[in-house]
Design a binder for this molecule. Structure first.
Ligand code: ADP
Ligand code: 5GP
Length: 222
């Protein structure tokens, strides 16, 4: 991120990715609540799972609607994941940047790369790793939200997804959920404290300090 103009604050685009089943959705929701982050609700062409709510988990659209949105340039990023299309609306990213709110994006590595390319200074990328591949499989099967063939497909994709961990700023191993959430929270807090995001405080404090100085600078103490 470039040095912020005095008084101007742009939100953080916090991207969380992982192989399916590593716990990214669980962690993303906990983090969003804990750190008061806005959750970016994606568009998808996949069918809702039991318990998923339109507009809260995803905006569920048909292939035709999604294609129309692509044609109209309404996505900041989009990708095909596990045979379905998923995308983040441009207006969601714009809102984060203009309102100065921090947004959380639960998106795959293709989406993460597109966000990083367009907003290298505002984006912070975190990859969630499972403690082992055996545990990843256990979690996917225990979750039981997908058909067995879909689970096999997700497991087969895990290697391809893991190959991209090197493109991320931070790696969090989701073994113990509480520890992983603590690490994610720390990343979020550290990102907010980065000099590039806090420099407007420094600028306004310096202005105030200079105004309070008696005319003529005192000699340096060194
Ligand atoms: P993803 O969004 O990465 O596909 P989910 O958040 O849906 O993964 O998690 C997959 C399954 O693993 C869910 O049933 C979830 O409750 C469980 N889970 C998540 N984190 C942990 C953890 N640290 N230990 C045990 N189970 C977990
Ligand atoms: P699921 O079907 O399990 O909800 O999500 C499957 C994958 O799609 C996950 O890796 C999730 O992070 C990713 N995903 C969800 N929304 C988006 C999005 O808007 N863009 C991209 N690129 N990936 C997404």
């Amino acid at each position: 991120m470039t040095e912020a103009e005095p008084g101007k604050h742009r939100g953080i685009l916090l991207v969380i990715s992982s192989p399916s089943g590593a716990g990214k959705t669980t962690l993303a929701h906990l983090l969003a609540e804990h750190e008061k982050l806005e959750f970016s609700v994606s568009y998808t062409t996949r069918a809702p799972r039991a318990g998923e709510r339109e507009g809260a988990d995803y905006k569920f659209v048909t292939d035709e609607e999604f294609a129309r949105m692509v044609d109209r340039g309404e996505f900041a990023e989009w990708a095909v994941v596990h045979g379905h299309r998923y995308g983040t609306a441009v207006h969601t990213v714009n809102r984060a940047l203009e309102d100065g709110k921090d947004y959380l994006f639960d998106i795959d590595y293709q989406g993460g790369a597109q966000i990083r390319r367009q907003w290298p200074d505002e984006s912070v990328l975190v990859f969630i790793l499972p403690p082992s591949m055996a545990e990843l499989e256990r979690r996917l099967r225990r979750r039981a939200t997908d058909a067995p063939e879909a689970i096999d497909k997700r497991l087969a994709m895990a290697t391809r997804e893991l190959e991209h961990f090197g493109e991320y700023d931070y790696l969090v191993v989701n073994d113990n959920l509480e520890t992983a959430l603590k690490e994610l929270t720390s990343i979020c807090v550290a990102a907010r404290c980065a000099r590039s995001r806090r420099s407007h405080y420094g600028h306004s404090l310096l202005t105030e300090a200079r105004q309070r100085e008696p005319s003529g600078r005192p000699p340096s103490s060194q």
